[in-house]
Design a protein around this ligand. Structure first.
Ligand code: NAD
Ligand code: IPM
Ligand code: MN
Length: 333
């Protein structure tokens, strides 16, 4: 098994080191290849997504990414985030699964990841007007909404499609696609929410949701809202999946410049994303469960400052390792 590790920038490499530790413990002999991405890659290769990084990702069995972004290059023509967008697009990881857990809450946000405002035409007109365009082809909408239905069918049987159909043409396409696909999923209860109302309801009572499916920008914003009600950004993980090819597994959080370099970032989101790699990327659900359980036990007693404790990033990673050692592979395989 060949896994590519893209630490990226800021706290990215700090939390990635903990994922590397647990992967080596779980799968002795696993091949882990580190490559630069983002600002680190601009500095090493003059390109936020060097061709060698992209080639390694395309040839891998799965990619783990920390985070990218840096004030130093934020306004560059091709900035660190552009490298990540290009990677997401090249891997065709259109389905971004973002699970959130809290007492009574078991929510999955399914975010479309390679369309909409992020990838539409943008520019400046002669009069100085600046524009970004939100575009979706019907096929793009159909495949992500279908993914939402499939996940809802396998979980609690409820799908909430979030849009802004009272304003946007792309949202009307989104809503009519959901209505059309619902005929294929009579066992799934579909409802629709406007995104502003969805944000309010998420804060008011997140227990009412099962699966939310939504477009790129809405999903980005709603997932930080959901993170706030489920342990904070330090705990929110994600899997970016395509239909046939390696997935990209990344925390929801960014490079956290305010705490980078201090060794106190919470590695939970990164380690949970590693469990998602084991489950969705490598087809090892038992090992994923074993890692999730070890992490649950570790965070019950060891907390980084964002969770009110004083543990370092490495101490939490070591606590996960210690918990892993208490269960043998044979216990779950
Ligand atoms: P951020 O997620 O980096 O940080 C927001 C807040 O959450 C900060 O106070 C930070 O300290 C805290 N936080 C985040 N992750 C944490 C962790 N693991 N442990 C403890 N605390 C944590 O968001 P931002 O500050 O708006 O963005 C900083 C940079 O990160 C920007 O350049 C942005 O573009 C980039 N970013 C990248 C990704 C990604 O690569 N997928 C995601 C989000 C933001
Ligand atoms: C995320 C991040 C990125 C996004 C940023 C860094 C461009 O916020 O993965 O949620 O919006 O996709
Ligand atoms: Mn985000």
């Amino acid at each position: 098994m060949r896994i590519v590790l893209l630490g990226g920038d800021g706290i990215g490499p700090e939390v990635m080191a903990e994922s590397a530790k647990v992967l080596r413990a779980l799968i002795p002999g696993i091949e882990l290849a580190e490559h630069p991405l983002g600002a680190a890659a601009i500095e090493s290769d003059g390109d936020p997504l060097p061709p060698a990084t992209l080639a390694a990702c395309l040839a891998s069995d799965g990619v783990l990414m920390g985070a990218v972004g840096s004030d130093a290059y934020a306004w560059s023509a091709r900035n660190p985030e552009d490298g990540m967008f290009e990677l997401r697009r090249q891997l065709d990881v259109y389905a971004n699964l973002r699970p959130f857990h809290a007492p009574g809450v078991d929510l999955m946000i399914v975010r479309e990841l390679i369309g909409g405002l992020y990838f539409g035409a943008r520019g400046t007109r002669p009069d100085g007007t600046v524009f970004d365009t939100c575009e979706y082809h019907p096929d793009q909408v159909r495949r992500i909404v279908r993914k939402g239905f499939e996940l809802a069918r396998a979980r609690g049987g409820r799908l909430t499609s979030v849009d802004k159909a009272n304003v946007l043409a792309t949202s009307r396409l989104w809503r009519s696609t959901a209505v059309e696909l619902a005929r294929e999923f009579p066992d799934v209860a579909l409802d629709h929410l406007l995104v502003d109302t969805a944000a309010m309801k998420l804060v008011q009572d997140p227990t009412q949701f099962d699966v939310i499916v939504t477009e790129n920008t809405f999903g980005d914003i709603l997932s930080d809202v959901a993170a706030a009600i489920a342990g904070g950004l330090g705990e929110a993980a994600s899997a970016c999946l395509t239909d046939d090819g390696p997935g990209l597994f990344e925390p929801v959080h960014g490079t956290a410049p305010d705490i980078a370099g201090k060794g106190i970032a919470n590695p939970t989101a990164m380690i949970r994303s590693t469990a998602m790699l084991l489950e969705h990327g490598l087809g090892l659900p038992l090992q994923a469960g074993r890692l999730d359980d070890a992490l649950d036990r570790a965070i019950a007693t060891t907390a980084t400052p964002d969770r009110g404790g004083a543990a370092t990033t490495a101490e939490l990673g070591d606590a996960v390792l210690a918990q892993l050692e208490r269960t043998e592979v044979g216990d779950v395989l």
